[in-house]
Design a binder for this molecule. Sequence first.
Ligand code: CMP
Length: 137
Amino acid sequence: MTEQTLLIVKPDAVEKKLIGEIIRRVENAGYEIKNIRMLTLEEQRAEAFYKIHQDKYFFKPLIDFMISGPCVPVVVEGQYAISGLREMVGATDPNEAAEGTIRKDFATNGRRNAVHASDSSESAVREIAFFFDNQSE
Ligand code: CMP
């Protein structure tokens, strides 16, 4: 089944000049890049994107991190792209991420973890619209 998902190259990975390397991995795995942009999130937009985590202890530092510099949202398409990208990205904390995953190789810690990838088809639809549809949130 062909799916689209949202990948975000987060500010830590942009700062480390890893945009190309991360996209290269995604393309090498057979996925297509369907859309891409670079922006610096404003605080309210970051809070809206991560509203599901608003009661978590890590919410405020997460928002501060996400607005600290530019990020690169990317629409990725391919067979079972949602689960496939989650697998490529690895666990939230790089210490728990499998060998060869993006976070294992590039994340600094559980917050500054290089990338985000949609966790479900509902999230993918919402998150793609969030960055690529002017009418969204
Ligand atoms: P992401 O996959 O974008 O989804 C939520 C983000 O919150 C996560 O990546 C991390 O950047 C951050 N996060 C999740 N859990 C923790 C945690 N325990 N401590 C700090 N940050 C976290």
